[in-house]
Design a protein around this ligand. Structure first.
Ligand SMILES: O=P(O)(O)OC[C@H]1O[C@H](OP(=O)(O)OP(=O)(O)O)[C@H](O)[C@@H]1O
Ligand SMILES: O=c1cc[nH]c(=O)[nH]1
Length: 175
């Protein structure tokens, strides 16, 4: 199938700026926020949000990245991988408002894994979710609090979020 560009660099930039403002408008104390970007592209989106919030509010919010692999529901459960991740956050998440950041929200399984990893590391006051694209087809009762673009898809379609830091270009495509 042909790959079609839906959104370019300018729209991605504008969308992230809007999400940064929405996060700040939510009424939480900006000093209680922690961003957790899901590897791999969520990590870079979270870093961009961190910079935007610094530009807007003058506050440098802690940024963490998370590899959810040990928490996947299709992992080999005989391998005892979970303890390795328990101390992987530099920032204490207890009593914080943790904002998980990812590029695409689909079945919701990645976010379920991320929430388990976060809960194993501490007891946040709240966990919120920011995604660049919500493509639907949830298999779990998970929704995003901050959504860049809602892109209705069929299961056969594929959404790709390309980022400068990883792919050398910013664009969102469907194929
Ligand atoms: O809601 P879900 O069904 O869990 O899907 C969303 C996840 O799928 C993609 O990651 P993928 O597993 O393809 O790995 P990648 O980040 O390396 O692209 C995407 O980056 C999200 O993290
Ligand atoms: O736990 C997970 C995470 C992502 N994808 C899955 O299928 N399971």
């Amino acid at each position: 199938m042909t790959e079609r560009v839906l959104y370019d660099h300018n729209i991605i930039k504008r969308t992230l700026t809007r999400i940064a403002h929405e996060i700040l408008e939510k009424g939480v104390n900006v000093h209680d926020l922690v961003l957790v970007g899901i590897k791999r592209r969520g990590e870079y989106l979270a870093a961009r949000l961190q910079q935007l919030i610094l530009d807007i509010e003058g506050v440098n919010i802690p940024l963490e990245s998370l590899d959810i692999t040990p928490y996947r529901d299709d992992r080999d459960r005989s391998a005892n991988l979970i303890p390795q991740i328990q101390n992987s956050f530099q920032t204490s998440l207890t009593d914080k408002t943790v904002i998980i950041v990812d590029d695409v929200l689909y079945t919701g399984r990645t976010i379920r894994s991320a929430m388990d990893a976060i809960m194993d590391a501490g007891r946040p006051n709240a966990i919120r979710l920011a995604v660049m694209v919500d493509r639907g087809h949830r298999e779990l009762p998970i929704r995003a609090d901050f959504i860049g673009k809602n892109i209705p898809t069929s299961r056969k379609e594929n959404i790709s979020v390309y980022l400068q830091e990883v792919d050398g270009i910013d664009q969102i495509t469907i194929c």
